[in-house]
Write a protein that binds this ligand. Sequence first.
Ligand code: DQA
Length: 142
Amino acid sequence: MTVLVLNGPNLGRLGVREPAVYGTATYADLVARCEEVAREVGVEADVRQTDSEAEMIGWLHEAADAGSAVVLNAAAWTHTSIAVRDAAAQLGEPFVEVHLSNVHAREPFRHHSHLSDLAAAVVVGMGLEGYAAAVRFLAQPL
Ligand code: DQA
């Protein structure tokens, strides 16, 4: 079983991007953590990042067609994109919405998500451990 871990805009700059908000772990650390947990629970993690909304929508279509479980940090598109929501709505398997930061403790425009009501679970504010929890959950849903 493969868990697709899909990351949206600016997440490739983790480590240098606003470290006071997102911490000092890099995107390479994020990939390594997901792969480590995946190994522990006996699944494959396919971790990707894009700054292109079209590419993200294509990956969600791919996941829908393959029946893959998805961990989705859509970053800013979470709050803005009906198109990403519509693509996530096509997923036949559960997905977990993840945010490194606690979006509810931040600016009001980050409090609304176009994805949360579609997600099997939502993890916010746990940094890389949120991804680890999401991969573990999807490998063995409750
Ligand atoms: C984020 C939170 C979003 O509000 C923001 O636009 C991001 C990252 C997070 O992981 O905390 O880019 O999704």
